[in-house]
Design a protein around this ligand. Structure first.
Ligand SMILES: [Mg+2]
Length: 295
């Protein structure tokens, strides 16, 4: 049985497109092929240090050319989310995050509180936003803790990755800061990044606006607890969109073992998805006719 389908892909970056600053074999060719075929995709990353524009520029210096419009980071998603939920006329935000996150939230023209202002009046904080931050201090954390304990801010985190890999080994990510704040306040934030469906639903909306209805979403990633778990979370949220999860073994996961999340396809690397798509896709013009992909 064959039907007209339109697929869209969410592709993770680290461990999927590149690793240790080097492209993984075939990944750039695969993305070029998607571009040529006009197949919708978004490079969806929990990176909370850079916006899509800055990440694109940074990768370009390493010889990896990815268009900013094809990138969607948790910085972008967090700013969109803040814009969507805010109903206050003059919101005040306290940010623990990167300069990119500060700048991106700055584009909303909200009052950004300094740690001294929060320290003086912790009840003033309407939104507390936490992302990956490399110049954390005790005083900054204490100000955030005071706002959670003494005030009632809407508490939002870009992502909850506790660690992330570097060439030296694992270092603390945004999730480690969240754990610190949980220990002193007992509170958990609304998390925007994977595996929470918020970033996925936004990404799907972006693809729909560009390409029209998406009938099957293929989520490719190397991490079970973020990428593959996102597929599970979206399966529950989405009606009428088939969600297929693809685990690639080019990143942090060496062995899927007994994954608590449903893995539809396991591949050695992103490029190995090409023959599977080629076999199942035919037609063009952005409309993709295909047989069932994942049976
Ligand atoms: Mg990854």
């Amino acid at each position: 049985m064959s039907e007209t389908f339109k697929i869209g892909l969410f592709i993770d970056l680290d461990g999927v497109v590149y690793k240790d600053k080097t492209p993984i074999e075939g990944s750039i060719e695969f993305l070029k092929w998607l571009d040529e075929r006009n197949i919708p995709y978004l490079l969806l990353t929990n990176n909370s240090y850079y916006s899509s524009q800055e990440l694109s520029e940074r990768l370009k210096k390493r010889g990896i050319n990815l268009k900013p419009e094809n990138l969607f980071t948790s910085v972008n998603a967090t700013v969109n989310y803040l814009r969507d939920i805010n109903k206050l006329p003059d919101p005040k935000v306290f940010i623990i995050g990167s300069p990119s996150l500060e700048n991106a939230i700055g584009s909303l023209n909200w009052k950004r509180l300094t740690q001294e202002e929060v320290w003086e009046n912790p009840k003033e904080v309407d939104y507390l936003v936490v992302g990956y931050n490399t110049d954390l201090t005790y005083r900054k954390l204490a100000a955030a803790c005071l706002s959670l304990n003494e005030g009632n801010p809407t508490y939002i985190a870009t992502n909850s990755d506790v660690t992330f890999p570097t060439t030296k080994g694992l270092i603390p990510g945004a999730g480690a800061t969240l754990a610190f704040l949980k220990a002193c306040s007992g509170k958990d934030p609304e998390v925007i990044g994977k595996p929470n469906p918020i970033i996925g639903l936004m990404g799907l909306e972006i693809m729909r606006q560009r390409y029209g209805e998406i009938q099957e979403l293929i989520i490719v990633g190397d991490r079970l607890e973020s990428d593959i778990a996102l597929a599970d979370a979206l399966r529950e949220k989405l009606r009428g969109v088939k969600v297929t999860s693809v685990l690639v073994l080019s990143g942090v996961t060496r062995d899927p073992g007994n994954s608590p999340w449903k893995i539809d396809i396991v591949l050695d690397k992103l490029y190995s998805l090409k023959p599977i798509l080629e076999e199942n896709l035919y037609g063009g013009e952005g409309d993709v006719e295909r047989a069932e992909l994942s049976v």
